[in-house]
Design a protein around this ligand. Structure first.
Ligand code: HEM
Ligand code: HEM
Length: 200
Protein backbone atom coordinates (compact mmCIF):
# COMPACT_ATOMS: atom_id res chain seq x y z
CA UNK A 1 0.00 0.00 0.00
CA UNK A 2 1.29 3.42 -0.89
CA UNK A 3 0.13 5.40 2.13
CA UNK A 4 0.64 8.75 0.47
CA UNK A 5 -1.43 8.11 -2.60
CA UNK A 6 -3.81 5.72 -0.82
CA UNK A 7 -3.36 3.24 -3.69
CA UNK A 8 -4.29 -0.23 -2.50
CA UNK A 9 -1.82 -2.88 -3.58
CA UNK A 10 -3.40 -6.30 -3.23
CA UNK A 11 -6.00 -8.30 -5.10
CA UNK A 12 -8.81 -7.63 -2.64
CA UNK A 13 -8.14 -3.96 -2.86
CA UNK A 14 -8.10 -3.89 -6.61
CA UNK A 15 -11.87 -3.95 -6.54
CA UNK A 16 -12.18 -0.96 -4.21
CA UNK A 17 -13.87 1.95 -5.91
CA UNK A 18 -12.28 5.39 -5.71
CA UNK A 19 -15.16 6.68 -3.58
CA UNK A 20 -14.27 7.82 -0.11
CA UNK A 21 -15.01 10.36 2.61
CA UNK A 22 -14.40 14.08 2.36
CA UNK A 23 -12.75 16.27 5.01
CA UNK A 24 -16.03 17.16 6.73
CA UNK A 25 -16.99 13.49 7.20
CA UNK A 26 -13.51 12.57 8.46
CA UNK A 27 -13.35 15.52 10.88
CA UNK A 28 -16.83 14.73 12.26
CA UNK A 29 -16.02 11.00 12.56
CA UNK A 30 -12.89 11.54 14.67
CA UNK A 31 -14.22 14.48 16.68
CA UNK A 32 -17.25 12.39 17.62
CA UNK A 33 -15.17 9.26 18.24
CA UNK A 34 -13.06 11.12 20.84
CA UNK A 35 -16.05 12.98 22.28
CA UNK A 36 -18.30 9.92 22.57
CA UNK A 37 -15.65 7.67 24.11
CA UNK A 38 -14.94 10.43 26.67
CA UNK A 39 -18.67 10.85 27.31
CA UNK A 40 -19.21 7.10 27.83
CA UNK A 41 -16.34 6.91 30.31
CA UNK A 42 -17.59 10.03 32.08
CA UNK A 43 -21.16 8.68 32.30
CA UNK A 44 -20.02 5.36 33.78
CA UNK A 45 -17.58 7.04 36.19
CA UNK A 46 -19.92 9.75 37.47
CA UNK A 47 -22.50 7.13 38.49
CA UNK A 48 -20.06 6.11 41.24
CA UNK A 49 -19.79 9.61 42.79
CA UNK A 50 -21.41 9.52 46.24
CA UNK A 51 -24.80 11.25 46.49
CA UNK A 52 -23.73 13.21 49.59
CA UNK A 53 -22.42 15.84 49.73
CA UNK A 54 -24.52 16.79 46.69
CA UNK A 55 -22.31 19.47 45.06
CA UNK A 56 -19.63 17.34 43.40
CA UNK A 57 -22.08 14.83 41.86
CA UNK A 58 -24.33 17.63 40.55
CA UNK A 59 -21.33 19.42 39.01
CA UNK A 60 -20.18 16.35 37.10
CA UNK A 61 -23.74 15.50 36.04
CA UNK A 62 -24.15 19.02 34.66
CA UNK A 63 -20.81 18.75 32.83
CA UNK A 64 -21.98 15.41 31.33
CA UNK A 65 -25.27 17.02 30.25
CA UNK A 66 -23.54 20.04 28.65
CA UNK A 67 -20.96 17.94 26.78
CA UNK A 68 -23.76 15.56 25.74
CA UNK A 69 -25.82 18.38 24.23
CA UNK A 70 -22.82 19.63 22.21
CA UNK A 71 -22.21 16.06 21.00
CA UNK A 72 -25.90 15.82 20.11
CA UNK A 73 -25.56 18.86 17.85
CA UNK A 74 -22.45 17.39 16.15
CA UNK A 75 -24.35 14.12 15.68
CA UNK A 76 -27.22 15.97 13.95
CA UNK A 77 -24.66 17.62 11.62
CA UNK A 78 -23.12 14.24 10.93
CA UNK A 79 -26.51 12.69 10.25
CA UNK A 80 -27.27 15.49 7.78
CA UNK A 81 -23.96 14.84 6.04
CA UNK A 82 -24.80 11.14 5.78
CA UNK A 83 -28.29 11.88 4.37
CA UNK A 84 -26.95 14.22 1.70
CA UNK A 85 -23.96 12.17 0.51
CA UNK A 86 -23.52 8.85 -1.23
CA UNK A 87 -22.19 5.95 0.84
CA UNK A 88 -18.68 4.99 -0.30
CA UNK A 89 -18.74 1.47 -1.74
CA UNK A 90 -17.01 -1.40 0.03
CA UNK A 91 -14.49 -3.59 -1.82
CA UNK A 92 -16.21 -6.17 -4.04
CA UNK A 93 -13.93 -8.77 -2.44
CA UNK A 94 -16.06 -8.51 0.69
CA UNK A 95 -18.82 -11.10 0.76
CA UNK A 96 -22.49 -10.15 0.86
CA UNK A 97 -22.90 -10.98 4.54
CA UNK A 98 -19.84 -8.92 5.43
CA UNK A 99 -21.26 -5.93 3.55
CA UNK A 100 -24.60 -6.46 5.29
CA UNK A 101 -22.95 -6.62 8.74
CA UNK A 102 -21.07 -3.39 7.93
CA UNK A 103 -24.28 -1.60 6.86
CA UNK A 104 -26.28 -2.87 9.85
CA UNK A 105 -23.57 -1.97 12.35
CA UNK A 106 -23.25 1.56 10.92
CA UNK A 107 -27.04 1.97 11.11
CA UNK A 108 -26.99 0.76 14.73
CA UNK A 109 -24.19 3.20 15.56
CA UNK A 110 -26.26 6.03 14.09
CA UNK A 111 -29.39 4.91 15.97
CA UNK A 112 -27.49 4.86 19.28
CA UNK A 113 -25.75 8.15 18.50
CA UNK A 114 -29.17 9.77 18.13
CA UNK A 115 -30.84 7.84 20.96
CA UNK A 116 -28.21 8.53 23.64
CA UNK A 117 -28.32 12.35 23.69
CA UNK A 118 -32.07 12.42 23.03
CA UNK A 119 -32.95 10.06 25.90
CA UNK A 120 -30.40 11.84 28.16
CA UNK A 121 -31.93 15.22 27.43
CA UNK A 122 -35.56 14.09 27.71
CA UNK A 123 -34.85 12.10 30.90
CA UNK A 124 -33.02 15.04 32.49
CA UNK A 125 -35.82 17.44 31.54
CA UNK A 126 -38.23 15.27 33.54
CA UNK A 127 -36.35 15.55 36.86
CA UNK A 128 -37.00 18.33 39.39
CA UNK A 129 -33.45 19.64 38.72
CA UNK A 130 -33.03 22.20 35.92
CA UNK A 131 -30.49 21.42 33.16
CA UNK A 132 -27.56 23.84 33.30
CA UNK A 133 -25.81 24.18 29.95
CA UNK A 134 -22.26 25.18 30.91
CA UNK A 135 -23.76 27.10 33.87
CA UNK A 136 -26.73 28.65 32.05
CA UNK A 137 -30.06 27.28 33.21
CA UNK A 138 -32.23 26.02 30.33
CA UNK A 139 -35.98 26.76 30.45
CA UNK A 140 -38.17 23.98 31.87
CA UNK A 141 -40.16 22.34 29.07
CA UNK A 142 -42.62 20.29 31.15
CA UNK A 143 -43.42 19.04 34.66
CA UNK A 144 -41.13 16.53 36.38
CA UNK A 145 -42.32 12.92 36.04
CA UNK A 146 -40.42 10.25 37.93
CA UNK A 147 -41.92 7.24 36.07
CA UNK A 148 -41.09 8.63 32.63
CA UNK A 149 -37.68 9.72 33.89
CA UNK A 150 -36.95 6.16 35.09
CA UNK A 151 -38.01 4.75 31.71
CA UNK A 152 -35.82 7.20 29.79
CA UNK A 153 -32.95 6.46 32.20
CA UNK A 154 -33.20 2.79 31.17
CA UNK A 155 -33.29 3.76 27.48
CA UNK A 156 -30.24 6.00 28.00
CA UNK A 157 -28.20 3.32 29.79
CA UNK A 158 -29.46 0.59 27.40
CA UNK A 159 -28.54 2.57 24.28
CA UNK A 160 -25.09 3.25 25.77
CA UNK A 161 -24.48 -0.46 26.39
CA UNK A 162 -25.66 -1.46 22.90
CA UNK A 163 -23.47 1.32 21.51
CA UNK A 164 -20.37 0.09 23.38
CA UNK A 165 -20.93 -3.46 22.08
CA UNK A 166 -21.36 -2.38 18.44
CA UNK A 167 -18.40 0.00 18.81
CA UNK A 168 -16.15 -2.88 19.92
CA UNK A 169 -17.20 -4.77 16.76
CA UNK A 170 -16.65 -1.61 14.67
CA UNK A 171 -13.10 -1.09 15.96
CA UNK A 172 -12.26 -4.79 15.47
CA UNK A 173 -13.59 -4.54 11.88
CA UNK A 174 -11.52 -1.39 11.28
CA UNK A 175 -8.33 -3.24 12.27
CA UNK A 176 -9.37 -6.26 10.17
CA UNK A 177 -9.53 -3.92 7.16
CA UNK A 178 -6.16 -2.43 8.13
CA UNK A 179 -4.60 -5.92 8.16
CA UNK A 180 -6.17 -6.77 4.79
CA UNK A 181 -4.89 -3.45 3.43
CA UNK A 182 -8.00 -3.07 1.29
CA UNK A 183 -8.14 0.73 1.53
CA UNK A 184 -11.19 0.88 3.87
CA UNK A 185 -9.20 1.71 7.02
CA UNK A 186 -7.20 4.48 5.37
CA UNK A 187 -10.17 6.16 3.74
CA UNK A 188 -11.30 7.35 7.18
CA UNK A 189 -7.92 9.14 7.49
CA UNK A 190 -7.32 10.61 4.04
CA UNK A 191 -9.90 12.80 2.34
CA UNK A 192 -11.09 11.82 -1.11
CA UNK A 193 -12.43 14.12 -3.81
CA UNK A 194 -15.34 11.77 -4.19
CA UNK A 195 -18.26 11.33 -1.75
CA UNK A 196 -20.56 13.06 -4.20
CA UNK A 197 -23.97 14.38 -3.42
CA UNK A 198 -26.38 11.88 -5.01
CA UNK A 199 -28.79 14.74 -5.71
CA UNK A 200 -26.16 16.74 -7.62
C1 HEM B 1 -17.46 6.50 19.13
C2 HEM B 1 -16.70 6.06 18.19
C3 HEM B 1 -17.05 5.79 16.74
C4 HEM B 1 -18.23 5.93 16.07
C5 HEM B 1 -19.58 6.42 16.60
C6 HEM B 1 -17.99 5.53 14.69
C7 HEM B 1 -18.95 5.51 13.69
C8 HEM B 1 -18.74 5.23 12.38
C9 HEM B 1 -19.73 5.21 11.32
C10 HEM B 1 -21.22 5.45 11.54
C11 HEM B 1 -19.09 4.92 10.16
C12 HEM B 1 -19.72 4.81 8.77
C13 HEM B 1 -19.45 6.07 8.06
C14 HEM B 1 -20.69 6.71 7.60
O1 HEM B 1 -21.44 6.07 6.87
O2 HEM B 1 -20.92 7.86 7.95
C15 HEM B 1 -17.69 4.76 10.46
C16 HEM B 1 -16.72 4.45 9.55
C17 HEM B 1 -15.43 4.10 9.88
N1 HEM B 1 -14.88 4.07 11.15
FE1 HEM B 1 -15.79 4.61 12.85
N2 HEM B 1 -16.68 5.16 14.56
C18 HEM B 1 -16.07 5.29 15.80
C19 HEM B 1 -14.76 4.99 16.12
C20 HEM B 1 -13.85 4.45 15.27
C21 HEM B 1 -12.53 3.99 15.61
C22 HEM B 1 -11.95 4.04 17.04
C23 HEM B 1 -11.95 3.53 14.47
C24 HEM B 1 -10.59 2.92 14.23
C25 HEM B 1 -9.88 2.31 15.11
C26 HEM B 1 -12.91 3.72 13.39
C27 HEM B 1 -12.69 3.41 12.07
C28 HEM B 1 -13.58 3.62 11.04
C29 HEM B 1 -13.28 3.37 9.65
C30 HEM B 1 -11.96 2.85 9.09
C31 HEM B 1 -14.42 3.67 8.92
C32 HEM B 1 -14.63 3.54 7.40
C33 HEM B 1 -15.46 2.33 7.11
C34 HEM B 1 -16.05 2.37 5.72
O3 HEM B 1 -15.62 3.16 4.91
O4 HEM B 1 -17.01 1.63 5.50
N3 HEM B 1 -14.06 4.26 13.92
N4 HEM B 1 -17.50 4.94 11.81
C1 HEM C 1 -24.17 12.19 23.73
C2 HEM C 1 -23.96 11.09 24.17
C3 HEM C 1 -24.13 10.57 25.58
C4 HEM C 1 -23.54 9.44 26.03
C5 HEM C 1 -22.61 8.52 25.24
C6 HEM C 1 -23.95 9.25 27.39
C7 HEM C 1 -23.55 8.18 28.17
C8 HEM C 1 -23.98 7.94 29.46
C9 HEM C 1 -23.64 6.78 30.25
C10 HEM C 1 -22.76 5.62 29.78
C11 HEM C 1 -24.25 6.90 31.44
C12 HEM C 1 -24.20 5.89 32.62
C13 HEM C 1 -25.37 4.96 32.45
C14 HEM C 1 -25.45 3.91 33.53
O1 HEM C 1 -24.51 3.13 33.70
O2 HEM C 1 -26.50 3.86 34.21
C15 HEM C 1 -24.98 8.14 31.44
C16 HEM C 1 -25.75 8.61 32.47
C17 HEM C 1 -26.42 9.81 32.44
N1 HEM C 1 -26.52 10.69 31.40
FE1 HEM C 1 -25.65 10.48 29.58
N2 HEM C 1 -24.77 10.27 27.76
C18 HEM C 1 -24.92 11.11 26.69
C19 HEM C 1 -25.67 12.27 26.63
C20 HEM C 1 -26.40 12.79 27.69
C21 HEM C 1 -27.18 14.01 27.65
C22 HEM C 1 -27.33 14.93 26.44
C23 HEM C 1 -27.74 14.16 28.88
C24 HEM C 1 -28.65 15.25 29.40
C25 HEM C 1 -28.84 16.43 28.85
C26 HEM C 1 -27.31 13.03 29.69
C27 HEM C 1 -27.68 12.83 31.01
C28 HEM C 1 -27.31 11.75 31.77
C29 HEM C 1 -27.74 11.56 33.16
C30 HEM C 1 -28.60 12.50 33.97
C31 HEM C 1 -27.18 10.34 33.56
C32 HEM C 1 -27.35 9.67 34.93
C33 HEM C 1 -28.57 8.81 34.83
C34 HEM C 1 -29.03 8.31 36.15
O3 HEM C 1 -28.22 8.15 37.06
O4 HEM C 1 -30.25 8.04 36.23
N3 HEM C 1 -26.51 12.22 28.94
N4 HEM C 1 -24.80 8.74 30.21
Amino acid sequence: MNHLTEQPDNAAAANTTGLGYNRVAIALHWLLAIGLIYQLALGLWMEGIPKTPTGLRAEWFNWHKSVGLVLGLLIVLRGLWRLTHARPQLPQAMSRWQQRVAGTSHALLYACMLGMPLSGFLGSSLTPYPIKFFGTQLPRLWQANSDLKALLGCVHAGASYVFMTVLALHVAAAFWHALRRDGVFLRMWHASQAAPNPKA
